[in-house]
Design a binder for this molecule. Sequence first.
Ligand code: AMP
Ligand code: MG
Length: 283
Amino acid sequence: MAPMADDHTHLPQLDPDEYRVKPGSSVDLSKWSTNTTDGFDGDKAQAQAVLLGLNERLGQLQQLLYAQAEHKMLIVLQGMDTSGKDGTIKHVFRTINPLGVKVANFKRPNDVELAHDYLWRIHEHTPRNGRMVIFNRSHYEDVLVVRVHDLVPEKVWKRRYEHIRGFEQMLADEGTVIVKLFLHISKKEQKARLQERLDNPAKHWKFEHGDISERAHWDAYTDAYEDAIAETSTKDAPWYVVPADRKWYRNLVVSQLLIDKLQSLDMDYPAPMDGIEDIRLED
Ligand code: AMP
Ligand code: MG
């Protein structure tokens, strides 16, 4: 029987920690599921109802984050083309007050950015207290696309893992909650999504020629992701390999994960100023 929209108690429990990459472990992405719906029976309507509840809870927690302004959260979104980075932002963050969130999109670096170190353009977008920032692609491109296309020598991208660990540790030490999400889709699912971009006029705008040439590098990207994730999944900046062939399940995992992280901060609204109850407004 389908549960009621507001009846969360009878729903399967989803534990996003199952998808966390333990520090120091090696990563073989073929061993991580792209299409599990663990605990859910695959009923999309049920998932939509659950997502609404999670959206609401996430909105409440974000308001608390903003009001208390003692913590900050950085969400790094990575994945192959069509893995659903944009869709995740659209569906998971729909109840988030735009006052407290920013999306930073990292595209091919321009000349000024290229003339600096690769973290220069990244750092200015990290969150301040009370804010959430979503990185739609990130500094990880500097060990992914850069490696796959030989944009810098191997010894240059290899030493970047250490910089990235250090950079993220510094952010965490200074009070940033970091969540890194690899949206994991199968090559077959990517084909279906690219075909949809070709077939559906409403999606034509999303199609780029580069999508086809990049797809030819699928295995090289997989190797690059496996190394990047293994090298940089740390206690304070963990990677999660999110099964993302089914968009609705991906949305549930990401939402629940962010809720769990925010809840663990045990936040509270700031105490009211002294004597607030005695303040009277004049006409
Ligand atoms: P999209 O996410 O579809 O808008 O595409 C953005 C493009 O920018 C992707 O092809 C990325 O690989 C590319 N990109 C992002 N960061 C870098 C970088 N640091 N170096 C080279 N290309 C990058
Ligand atoms: Mg693209």
